[in-house]
Ligand binder design. Structure first.
Ligand code: 6R9
Length: 659
């Protein structure tokens, strides 16, 4: 990105909160921004007061970039805050987790039952030799035992590292070795699209590759006889059922220092080995509980359905730690959104009367592609708030979410954050913010964002202030916040280099962003993806949104392809909605549509219709691989792809087409 990002698309639709929603909202006074801006430390302290501490902190924050410490001297336990304090009194018999398995089985676990079960798991881990400070890898399907094992680790002060159940033996091995893991908790398998992901078999492969520090493997039974009994290695593998149910339901919560490690979560990054992002206890819990309460407006009877897997940070912060810390019921689903049919999410909402839905743009665009009939035939009347996370949400996807799922009345909060930030950083507050489709709106109270150009000049943004100096550039943060990562596990140099070296004493998020004249923030995607076309910076996001704006288009991915004259030319990969079929005319029409929406400069040179796009396992489009396809190169690293065959067949078809 050379200087600032040209801002080409504009969006004029606005959606103020309804009077009804505003009246009942946890945050409905815009003064919250001003107060937090003038005294961010005081703002976070107020949220810290709502946690249960064994010992109060003496110093709220110490920050010397890149190292922050929060709530120094304070002692608390994350599991105590998520479980024990709700397991007494009125909430004891309230559902903590409502679980829906892919085959259709469901279970409800109350806070009181959860306290007993988490304590048994914690005692089982202790019996396997896990002590405070030891690392535990969790390689489980999305069943209640996954968040419960995370909490059991937190209970005894053993940092966990959750490895997504779709990752390979190599990935599991690499993570176990980097984190010098002592125990792996896994399952025989997990259900996915009617089949079984054989987690124990993959764990065995990882062990054969060499997980040098792993002593024991605890194996939950989930899929049973399918596809057959697992092999248990003597003196290493222990069946969950032979160990956990026999344990005492009494296990004290270890008093942890606010700065003690709570977990490590690996993020892949586009190149290089995965980074072990660390989070500590006090600041992280303050960040996730405050944002859960204000962004999702959690109330006592809410049922929070977050469709992420606990293998991603979203499942850590907005299934396990944030909602449960506030005593909110979470709805957990194990499987795929199209099993047995494409209405599964909507059936789950209908069945369990979910009130809040938090999902990703990739899912929303997939639902748009499948057609409206699936949600329309289900009763979604229990919903009262919708959230989005993971990628920029195109205005048309936002509108579909609002109209079809939200019945044109529910607030939509688009939340920008990262594994590294721990908690939501840029978002609407549903009782305060007038939203614009496609904009994540404003920094959360207490958060200060900067939009900087290449020279380091730019503007500060805190709260919803109207500005008359729109600006495009890099999203950075130079003010500490409680849930920020404490660094890359065992690699402070890489941490400094990756995030803190582009601008002095400033956290570089790696995303492009623009601030419009009304003070709204628009995420433009990863800066590595931004295109330079005939001297103009054009974000992939803007061209993709112009394409998705066309009624025939369900999903689009746009990249800059090397061009002799223009520097880069735009190539677009487009998935049509299910009721459209491709033709030369449609391709021409789509190119013209982009030129009409944005300007001739953004007209794609190539537009290629395809059935699928290469995505990471968490659903983010991998544009780097599309650049390889468009430029006729051998494909780069495809190990983080959900389905490597997608890009291989795309390459094949692309090379045999006119483009
Ligand atoms: C929570 C999560 C972080 C990256 C981030 C950005 C993209 C996430 C977004 C968004 C635009 C949003 N991202 N939320 N982009 N609008 N609302 O996804 O964490 O997996 O670490 O990814 O995701 O590019 O930098 P993580």
């Amino acid at each position: 990105m050379s200087d600032t990002i040209d801002t080409l698309l504009s969006e004029h639709r606005t959606f103020p909160p309804s009077a009804e929603f505003r009246a009942q909202a946890n945050a409905n006074d815009v003064g919250i921004y001003e107060r937090a801006f003038h005294n961010p430390t005081g703002f976070w302290e107020e949220w810290a007061e709502k946690l249960d501490w064994f010992e109060k902190w003496h110093t709220t924050v110490e920050f010397t970039a890149p190292n922050a410490k929060w709530f120094l001297g304070g002692k608390l336990n994350a599991c105590y805050n998520c479980v024990d304090r709700h397991a007494i009194g009125d909430r004891a018999n309230k559902a903590a987790i409502i679980f829906e398995g892919e085959p259709g089985d469901s279970r409800t676990i109350t806070f009181a039952e959860m306290k007993d079960e988490v304590s048994r798991i914690a005692n089982a881990l202790k019996s396997l030799g896990v002590k405070k400070g030891d690392r535990v890898a969790i390689y489980l399907p999305m069943v209640p035992e996954l968040p419960m094992t995370m909490l059991a680790c937190a209970r005894i002060g053993a940092p966990h590292t959750v490895v997504f159940g779709g990752f390979s033996a190599d990935s599991l091995q690499e993570r176990c070795n980097d984190a010098t893991v002592k125990v792996i908790v896994t399952a025989d398998g997990g259900w996915r699209r009617g089949g079984v992901v054989q987690l124990k078999k993959i764990t065995d492969e990882a062990m054969d590759l060499g997980c040098h520090t792993v002593e024991k493997v605890l194996v939950l039974e989930r899929t049973g006889e399918k596809p057959g009994p697992v092999t248990m290695v003597a003196n290493r593998d222990i069946a969950w059922n032979d160990l956990v149910p026999q344990q005492s339901a009494d296990c004290p919560c270890e008093p942890m220092d606010a700065e003690d490690l709570l977990y490590i979560l690996y993020t892949s990054g586009s190149t290089g080995k995965p980074k072990g992002i660390t989070h500590t206890t006090g600041g992280y819990m303050v960040g996730v509980s405050a944002t859960s309460k204000l962004v999702f407006d959690h109330k006592e009877d809410d049922i929070h359905f977050c469709t992420a897997d606990c293998g991603w940070v979203t499942g850590h912060s907005y299934i396990t730690y944030g909602p449960l810390c506030n005593g909110t019921t979470v709805l957990v689903y194990e499987g795929a959104p199209d099993t047995p049919d494409k209405d599964r999410f909507w059936r789950i909402i209908e069945k369990h009367r979910a009130t809040i839905l938090y999902t990703a743009p990739t899912a929303i665009r997939t639902f748009m592609k499948w057609g409206d009939e699936y949600p329309i035939r289900c009763d979604l009347s229990s919903l009262r708030l919708l959230g989005s996370v993971g990628e920029p949400i195109n205005p048309e996807a936002w509108m579909w979410y609002h109209t079809i799922i939200g019945a044109e009345k529910l607030p939509v909060v688009d939340t920008w954050w990262q594994t590294e930030t721990g908690a939501i950083m840029i978002t609407a507050l549903p009782g305060i913010t007038t939203t614009k489709p496609g904009s994540a709106t404003h920094p959360f109270p207490g958060i200060r964002v900067k939009v900087l150009d290449e020279e380091g000049n730019g503007v500060d943004v805190a709260g919803p202030h109207a500005v008359n100096t729109p600006k495009g550039g890099f999203l950075v943060l130079d003010y500490p916040w409680p849930s920020m990562t404490r660094g890359i596990y065992n690699d402070p140099e890489r941490y400094q280099k990756t995030y803190w070296s582009k601008f002095p004493n400033t956290y570089f998020a790696g995303d492009g962003i623009k601030l419009d004249e009304e003070g709204y923030l628009w995420l433009l995607g990863r800066v590595d993806d931004i295109m330079l076309v005939a001297g103009h910076n054009i974000s992939t996001m803007e061209v993709e949104s112009a394409l998705v704006d066309h009624p025939a288009v369900a999903e689009a991915a746009v990249i800059g392809k090397t061009h002799d004259v223009k520097g880069q030319a735009i190539a677009a990969f487009v998935i049509l909605r299910s009721n459209y079929s491709g033709s030369e005319e449609l391709i021409k029409e789509l190119k013209a549509h982009v030129a009409h929406k944005i300007g001739a400069i953004a007209r794609p040179d190539d537009l290629f219709l395809c059935a699928e796009l290469p995505k990471t396992r968490s659903g983010k489009i991998m544009r780097r691989l599309l650049r390889d396809v468009a430029e006729g190169r051998a494909l780069g690293d495809t190990t983080t792809l959900a389905d490597p065959s997608v890009v291989a067949s795309l390459k094949d078809k692309y090379e045999n087409s006119e483009g």
